[in-house]
Design a protein around this ligand. Structure first.
Ligand SMILES: Nc1ncnc2c1ncn2[C@@H]1O[C@H](COP(=O)(O)OP(=O)(O)O)[C@@H](O)[C@H]1O
Ligand SMILES: [Mg+2]
Length: 264
Protein backbone atom coordinates (compact mmCIF):
# COMPACT_ATOMS: atom_id res chain seq x y z
CA UNK A 1 0.00 0.00 0.00
CA UNK A 2 1.38 3.40 -0.88
CA UNK A 3 0.63 5.64 2.04
CA UNK A 4 3.01 7.47 4.23
CA UNK A 5 2.11 6.06 7.65
CA UNK A 6 5.23 5.44 9.72
CA UNK A 7 3.45 3.60 12.51
CA UNK A 8 0.63 1.27 11.52
CA UNK A 9 -1.33 -0.28 14.36
CA UNK A 10 -3.74 -2.78 12.91
CA UNK A 11 -6.51 -4.42 14.96
CA UNK A 12 -4.40 -4.87 18.05
CA UNK A 13 -5.84 -6.48 21.16
CA UNK A 14 -3.91 -7.24 24.32
CA UNK A 15 -4.78 -9.70 27.03
CA UNK A 16 -2.86 -9.71 30.30
CA UNK A 17 -2.67 -13.14 31.87
CA UNK A 18 -1.34 -12.62 35.34
CA UNK A 19 0.00 -15.78 37.00
CA UNK A 20 -2.54 -15.18 39.78
CA UNK A 21 -5.91 -13.52 39.35
CA UNK A 22 -8.15 -12.82 36.42
CA UNK A 23 -7.17 -12.19 32.82
CA UNK A 24 -7.60 -8.60 31.72
CA UNK A 25 -8.47 -7.60 28.17
CA UNK A 26 -6.63 -4.28 28.16
CA UNK A 27 -6.98 -3.39 24.47
CA UNK A 28 -9.49 -4.53 21.91
CA UNK A 29 -9.23 -4.06 18.18
CA UNK A 30 -7.17 -0.88 18.22
CA UNK A 31 -6.16 0.53 14.85
CA UNK A 32 -4.26 3.76 14.34
CA UNK A 33 -1.97 5.10 11.64
CA UNK A 34 0.56 7.74 12.49
CA UNK A 35 2.47 9.69 9.86
CA UNK A 36 6.13 10.55 10.17
CA UNK A 37 6.56 13.84 12.15
CA UNK A 38 3.03 13.72 13.40
CA UNK A 39 2.20 14.50 17.03
CA UNK A 40 -0.64 12.33 18.32
CA UNK A 41 -2.06 12.49 21.84
CA UNK A 42 -3.86 9.59 23.52
CA UNK A 43 -6.56 10.45 26.03
CA UNK A 44 -8.82 8.14 27.96
CA UNK A 45 -9.88 7.05 31.42
CA UNK A 46 -7.44 5.44 33.79
CA UNK A 47 -7.04 1.74 33.01
CA UNK A 48 -8.15 1.98 29.36
CA UNK A 49 -4.85 0.64 28.05
CA UNK A 50 -2.92 3.77 27.08
CA UNK A 51 0.32 2.59 28.69
CA UNK A 52 -0.19 -0.90 27.30
CA UNK A 53 -0.44 0.51 23.78
CA UNK A 54 2.78 2.52 24.23
CA UNK A 55 4.61 -0.54 25.58
CA UNK A 56 3.49 -2.58 22.58
CA UNK A 57 4.72 0.10 20.17
CA UNK A 58 7.92 0.30 22.21
CA UNK A 59 8.34 -3.46 21.86
CA UNK A 60 8.40 -4.14 25.60
CA UNK A 61 6.02 -6.99 25.12
CA UNK A 62 5.00 -8.87 22.00
CA UNK A 63 1.91 -7.99 19.99
CA UNK A 64 -0.01 -11.27 20.02
CA UNK A 65 -3.26 -10.16 18.40
CA UNK A 66 -3.11 -7.81 15.42
CA UNK A 67 0.07 -6.15 14.24
CA UNK A 68 2.21 -3.08 14.69
CA UNK A 69 4.49 -2.02 11.84
CA UNK A 70 7.11 0.69 11.98
CA UNK A 71 8.34 1.79 8.58
CA UNK A 72 6.82 -1.39 7.25
CA UNK A 73 8.60 -3.70 9.71
CA UNK A 74 6.86 -5.55 12.54
CA UNK A 75 7.99 -4.45 15.99
CA UNK A 76 10.27 -7.15 17.31
CA UNK A 77 11.46 -5.56 20.54
CA UNK A 78 12.75 -2.23 21.83
CA UNK A 79 15.07 -0.31 19.53
CA UNK A 80 16.96 2.98 19.32
CA UNK A 81 14.45 4.32 16.79
CA UNK A 82 11.91 4.55 19.63
CA UNK A 83 12.52 6.47 22.83
CA UNK A 84 10.11 6.00 25.68
CA UNK A 85 9.50 8.23 28.67
CA UNK A 86 7.73 6.08 31.23
CA UNK A 87 4.93 7.26 33.43
CA UNK A 88 6.96 6.31 36.48
CA UNK A 89 10.42 7.61 35.72
CA UNK A 90 12.71 4.63 35.42
CA UNK A 91 16.09 6.04 36.37
CA UNK A 92 19.12 4.06 37.48
CA UNK A 93 19.26 4.84 41.22
CA UNK A 94 23.02 4.20 41.34
CA UNK A 95 23.79 6.73 38.61
CA UNK A 96 23.79 10.51 38.90
CA UNK A 97 21.70 12.82 36.71
CA UNK A 98 24.66 13.06 34.35
CA UNK A 99 25.27 9.30 34.46
CA UNK A 100 21.66 8.53 33.69
CA UNK A 101 21.62 10.79 30.63
CA UNK A 102 25.07 9.59 29.49
CA UNK A 103 24.10 5.95 29.61
CA UNK A 104 22.19 5.80 26.31
CA UNK A 105 24.81 7.88 24.50
CA UNK A 106 27.59 5.56 25.65
CA UNK A 107 25.58 2.64 24.37
CA UNK A 108 25.25 4.37 21.02
CA UNK A 109 29.03 4.69 20.94
CA UNK A 110 29.02 8.47 20.74
CA UNK A 111 32.49 9.99 21.04
CA UNK A 112 33.37 11.25 24.53
CA UNK A 113 33.65 14.99 23.91
CA UNK A 114 30.46 15.04 21.92
CA UNK A 115 28.47 13.11 24.48
CA UNK A 116 29.68 15.26 27.39
CA UNK A 117 28.54 18.34 25.52
CA UNK A 118 25.25 16.78 24.58
CA UNK A 119 24.54 15.74 28.16
CA UNK A 120 25.24 19.25 29.40
CA UNK A 121 22.97 20.77 26.73
CA UNK A 122 20.08 18.55 27.74
CA UNK A 123 20.65 19.09 31.47
CA UNK A 124 20.31 22.80 30.79
CA UNK A 125 17.33 22.30 28.54
CA UNK A 126 15.33 20.61 31.30
CA UNK A 127 16.50 23.07 33.94
CA UNK A 128 18.74 20.76 35.96
CA UNK A 129 21.99 22.72 35.78
CA UNK A 130 23.64 22.45 39.18
CA UNK A 131 22.19 18.98 39.81
CA UNK A 132 24.47 17.04 37.46
CA UNK A 133 26.01 15.06 40.29
CA UNK A 134 22.84 14.41 42.27
CA UNK A 135 21.43 10.92 42.60
CA UNK A 136 17.74 10.19 41.92
CA UNK A 137 17.07 9.75 45.66
CA UNK A 138 18.16 13.37 46.15
CA UNK A 139 15.73 14.74 43.56
CA UNK A 140 12.06 15.69 43.70
CA UNK A 141 9.55 13.79 41.54
CA UNK A 142 9.53 16.57 38.97
CA UNK A 143 13.33 16.61 38.76
CA UNK A 144 13.45 12.85 38.30
CA UNK A 145 10.95 13.12 35.51
CA UNK A 146 12.95 15.90 33.86
CA UNK A 147 16.05 13.69 34.05
CA UNK A 148 14.12 10.86 32.38
CA UNK A 149 12.92 13.22 29.64
CA UNK A 150 16.44 14.55 29.04
CA UNK A 151 17.79 11.01 28.85
CA UNK A 152 15.30 10.06 26.14
CA UNK A 153 15.59 13.30 24.16
CA UNK A 154 19.41 13.17 24.20
CA UNK A 155 19.32 9.90 22.27
CA UNK A 156 17.38 11.71 19.54
CA UNK A 157 15.04 8.85 18.57
CA UNK A 158 12.85 9.40 15.54
CA UNK A 159 9.81 8.19 17.47
CA UNK A 160 9.05 9.50 20.95
CA UNK A 161 6.62 7.55 23.11
CA UNK A 162 5.69 9.60 26.15
CA UNK A 163 3.51 8.28 28.96
CA UNK A 164 2.09 11.19 30.97
CA UNK A 165 5.56 12.72 31.00
CA UNK A 166 4.56 16.02 32.60
CA UNK A 167 1.99 14.66 35.05
CA UNK A 168 4.26 15.06 38.08
CA UNK A 169 5.44 18.58 37.26
CA UNK A 170 4.20 21.82 38.76
CA UNK A 171 2.22 24.06 36.40
CA UNK A 172 5.07 26.40 35.58
CA UNK A 173 7.62 23.68 34.81
CA UNK A 174 4.96 21.86 32.87
CA UNK A 175 4.44 24.86 30.59
CA UNK A 176 8.16 25.23 30.08
CA UNK A 177 8.54 21.56 29.21
CA UNK A 178 5.59 21.68 26.83
CA UNK A 179 7.10 24.51 24.84
CA UNK A 180 10.55 22.88 24.90
CA UNK A 181 9.08 19.65 23.61
CA UNK A 182 7.30 21.55 20.84
CA UNK A 183 10.43 23.39 19.85
CA UNK A 184 12.44 20.14 19.75
CA UNK A 185 9.68 18.55 17.72
CA UNK A 186 9.64 21.50 15.30
CA UNK A 187 13.46 21.51 14.97
CA UNK A 188 14.15 17.79 14.63
CA UNK A 189 12.09 15.28 12.68
CA UNK A 190 10.20 13.32 15.30
CA UNK A 191 6.97 11.44 15.51
CA UNK A 192 5.41 11.74 18.94
CA UNK A 193 2.76 9.63 20.65
CA UNK A 194 1.91 11.35 23.88
CA UNK A 195 -0.34 10.02 26.64
CA UNK A 196 -1.88 12.59 28.93
CA UNK A 197 -4.84 13.16 31.24
CA UNK A 198 -4.81 16.85 30.48
CA UNK A 199 -7.19 17.71 27.65
CA UNK A 200 -5.81 21.21 27.21
CA UNK A 201 -2.27 19.85 26.99
CA UNK A 202 -3.38 17.31 24.38
CA UNK A 203 -5.14 19.90 22.22
CA UNK A 204 -2.23 22.32 22.51
CA UNK A 205 0.54 19.84 21.69
CA UNK A 206 -1.02 17.38 19.27
CA UNK A 207 -2.03 17.45 15.62
CA UNK A 208 -4.62 14.80 16.40
CA UNK A 209 -6.11 13.52 19.63
CA UNK A 210 -7.24 9.92 19.87
CA UNK A 211 -9.86 9.45 22.58
CA UNK A 212 -9.96 5.92 23.97
CA UNK A 213 -12.93 4.18 25.49
CA UNK A 214 -13.14 2.59 28.91
CA UNK A 215 -11.67 -0.91 29.22
CA UNK A 216 -11.28 -2.82 27.02
CA UNK A 217 -9.59 0.13 25.38
CA UNK A 218 -10.58 0.97 21.85
CA UNK A 219 -10.05 4.12 19.88
CA UNK A 220 -13.38 5.84 20.14
CA UNK A 221 -12.79 9.01 18.14
CA UNK A 222 -9.90 10.82 16.53
CA UNK A 223 -10.16 14.59 16.58
CA UNK A 224 -8.08 17.01 14.53
CA UNK A 225 -6.43 19.55 16.80
CA UNK A 226 -4.08 21.52 14.59
CA UNK A 227 -3.64 24.98 16.06
CA UNK A 228 -0.91 27.55 15.71
CA UNK A 229 1.40 26.49 18.51
CA UNK A 230 3.44 29.65 18.25
CA UNK A 231 0.44 31.85 19.00
CA UNK A 232 0.91 33.04 22.60
CA UNK A 233 -2.83 33.63 22.96
CA UNK A 234 -3.91 30.27 21.66
CA UNK A 235 -5.29 29.14 25.04
CA UNK A 236 -7.83 31.97 24.89
CA UNK A 237 -8.86 31.55 21.24
CA UNK A 238 -12.49 30.50 20.88
CA UNK A 239 -11.76 27.69 18.43
CA UNK A 240 -9.21 26.28 20.89
CA UNK A 241 -11.49 26.55 23.92
CA UNK A 242 -14.35 24.94 21.97
CA UNK A 243 -12.11 22.07 20.91
CA UNK A 244 -11.02 21.45 24.51
CA UNK A 245 -14.70 21.43 25.54
CA UNK A 246 -15.67 19.02 22.78
CA UNK A 247 -12.93 16.57 23.75
CA UNK A 248 -13.65 16.97 27.47
CA UNK A 249 -17.19 15.81 26.84
CA UNK A 250 -15.98 12.73 24.95
CA UNK A 251 -13.54 11.85 27.72
CA UNK A 252 -16.09 12.45 30.46
CA UNK A 253 -18.53 9.97 28.97
CA UNK A 254 -15.80 7.32 28.97
CA UNK A 255 -14.66 8.15 32.48
CA UNK A 256 -18.21 7.61 33.74
CA UNK A 257 -18.39 4.26 31.94
CA UNK A 258 -15.06 3.28 33.48
CA UNK A 259 -16.49 4.03 36.94
CA UNK A 260 -19.53 1.90 36.24
CA UNK A 261 -17.58 -1.11 34.99
CA UNK A 262 -14.92 -1.03 37.69
CA UNK A 263 -14.71 -4.44 39.38
CA UNK A 264 -15.65 -4.21 43.04
N1 LIG B 1 0.89 -6.59 34.13
C1 LIG B 1 -0.45 -6.55 34.18
N2 LIG B 1 -1.17 -7.65 34.52
C2 LIG B 1 -2.52 -7.61 34.58
N3 LIG B 1 -3.25 -6.54 34.26
C3 LIG B 1 -2.59 -5.42 33.89
C4 LIG B 1 -1.16 -5.37 33.85
N4 LIG B 1 -0.80 -4.11 33.46
C5 LIG B 1 -1.94 -3.44 33.28
N5 LIG B 1 -3.02 -4.22 33.54
C6 LIG B 1 -4.44 -3.83 33.42
O1 LIG B 1 -4.69 -3.51 32.07
C7 LIG B 1 -5.54 -2.38 31.97
C8 LIG B 1 -4.85 -1.30 31.16
O2 LIG B 1 -3.75 -0.81 31.90
P1 LIG B 1 -2.88 0.42 31.41
O3 LIG B 1 -2.40 0.16 30.04
O4 LIG B 1 -1.86 0.69 32.45
O5 LIG B 1 -3.98 1.60 31.38
P2 LIG B 1 -3.78 3.19 31.38
O6 LIG B 1 -2.36 3.49 31.07
O7 LIG B 1 -4.75 3.69 30.34
O8 LIG B 1 -4.19 3.66 32.75
C9 LIG B 1 -5.87 -1.98 33.40
O9 LIG B 1 -7.09 -2.55 33.75
C10 LIG B 1 -4.75 -2.57 34.20
O10 LIG B 1 -5.19 -2.87 35.51
MG1 LIG C 1 -0.91 4.48 32.13
Amino acid sequence: MSDSAQIVIDRVSHLYRPPRGREVLALEDVSLRVTSREFVALLGPSGCGKSTLLYLIGGFFPTEIGSILIDGQPVGGPGPDRGIVFQHFALFPWKTVRGNILYGLERQGMERGEREKRVQDFIELVGLAGFEDSYPSQLSGGMKQRTAIARTLAIDPKILLMDEPFGALDAQTRHLMQSELLSIWQRTPKTVIFVTHDVQEAVYLADRVAVMSARPGRIKTIVDTKFDKNDPNIFKAKAFVDKVDEIWNLVRVEAIKAQETRPS
